[in-house]
Design a binder for this molecule. Structure first.
Ligand SMILES: [Zn+2]
Length: 436
């Protein structure tokens, strides 16, 4: 078996271990990874936060003590309904030059890349400057409580890491334009629920203060508010790079600042959900709960919002704004927010330059741009601590394949994956030799 065939086999075997979260059941997948490491003569430690959930760590000792470099990946995946897929989502089937399966992009492929590059260091007898830690965790898809959060408390020097590499960016091919995005920052989670109470009763005799009418007014007020455009340094660099390359929405400008003065451009960018999320807070109504019977006026109703704030936003100021929009008669309950205050990582660093060099070595001179992740990842735990953390998987994906992540028929090109294995080897060797 060639190296490339071996990598593909590992990935397909890994995909077949169903780690849908909830419930996760990452134990078997951890055993699978552990077995590979053990066969290479590497030490491993498994941490079990609760039954059937597991985290794995392995370490190559560096010349210097402390401040390890972490290769981080989550083992769990989001649910997939087989009825909606062309192939079974946990078959790891090869079809038309792709490996299909839940987790092929998010993020079992990257874990296999990290694993092979990590083993590669040992095989080549490379002693890194600092400890290199391979860390595979559970539970990312529902918040990371049993995964990264747990591990940060169990393994003390993780909090002292000098650098963390995980998911969040890749090399994207769209309409012939190729660019790499390295996620250096992510938006802040700020999820909340609003609740209205009113007079309940019979549907034949409506009153003026029903819970439903109050909640609808409050929802309308929140949803119709226009959050101002605020361009951060990262987003400015990223979008200016795209503007200079392929242009945005059919427009070409020398810089984002210039472009945003143009009303048509501003509208075009606001109409694109991805770009819009880069320049604004977003507040999305996801759950509405109220009423059970058609002839009964409910006395309570609830609406749930998934809000994502730009990194520089103040959460308290944001919640004050929500309170004002809702008015006095509405109760606001915060759902998840305290765990996320990620500090953007600098990108004028040796880490960025080193990774850029690896990309250019195999791809030629393509734009390598820092980017903002609109979702939340486990890297936020490290970013919360101010540890430089990059989300980057060195695979080339088409825009079409990127959007399959968390969706139907998630897949990764076989050749693209094998190329990513090689680039990850180079990145990890760079990290092993690097000292900041
Ligand atoms: Zn992920």
């Amino acid at each position: 078996m060639t190296e490339r065939e071996y990598a593909v086999k590992l990935l397909t075997d890994f995909i077949r271990i169903n780690t849908t979260n909830p419930p996760g059941n990452e134990e078997d997948a951890v055993a699978f990874l552990e077995d590979i490491l053990r066969r290479e003569g590497m030490e491993t430690q498994v941490y079990l936060p609760v039954k059937k959930r597991a985290n794995l760590i392995s370490r190559i000792k560096g010349r210097e003590k402390g401040r390890p470099i972490i290769l981080l990946g989550h083992i769990d995946v989001v649910p997939a309904n087989p009825d909606e897929w062309e192939v079974h989502p946990f078959s790891g089937e090869l079809k038309d030059g792709f490996i299909y399966g839940r987790g092929t992009i998010d993020m079992k492929s990257q874990i296999i890349c990290h694993l092979l590059a990590f083993i590669g260091l040992k095989k080549k007898g490379i002693i890194p400057e600092r400890d290199i830690v391979f860390l595979a965790t559970c539970d990312e898809e529902v918040g990371g409580q049993y995964g990264v959060e747990f591990m940060l408390n169990e393994v003390k020097d993780l909090k002292d890491a000098s650098f963390v590499l995980s998911e969040g960016g890749c090399i994207i091919e769209e309409d012939g334009f190729i660019h790499a995005q390295i996620a250096v920052a992510e938006k802040k989670l700020s999820q909340f629920m609003i609740k209205a109470r009113g007079t309940g009763g019979h549907g034949s005799m409506p009153t003026k203060d029903t819970a439903n009418e109050k909640i609808i007014r409050a929802c309308h007020s929140i949803l119709s508010y226009e959050w101002p455009v605020r361009v951060t340094g990262v987003v400015n660099t990223y979008l200016t790079g795209i503007l200079k390359g392929k242009g945005l929405g059919g427009f070409k400008f020398p810089s984002l600042k210039e472009a945003l003065k143009d009303k048509r451009f501003k509208k075009a960018i606001e109409d694109n959900p991805f770009y819009n999320a880069l320049i604004k807070n977003t507040v999305t109504l996801t759950i509405l709960k109220s009423g059970e019977k058609i002839n009964v006026i409910p006395s309570e109703s609830e609406a749930y919002f998934d809000a994502r704030l730009l990194p520089q936003e103040d959460r308290e100021a944001f919640m004050k704004k929500i309170e004002r929009l809702c008015g006095r008669d509405i109760e606001i309950v915060r759902i998840s927010s305290g765990t996320s205050d990620p500090i953007p990582s600098p990108y004028n660093t040796g880490y960025f330059k080193g990774i850029k060099k690896v990309i250019e070595g195999s791809m030629g001179e393509i734009p390598v741009l820092p980017s903002l992740l609109t979702g939340a990842s486990d890297l936020r735990y490290f970013r919360n601590l101010g540890i430089p953390s990059y989300g980057f998987f060195p695979v080339v994906l088409s825009k079409d394949d990127v959007v399959r992540m968390h969706g139907r028929n998630e897949r990764i090109p076989i050749e693209g994956f094998c190329d990513a294995v090689e680039r990850t080897h180079e990145i990890v060797e760079f990290l092993a030799a690097y000292k900041d």
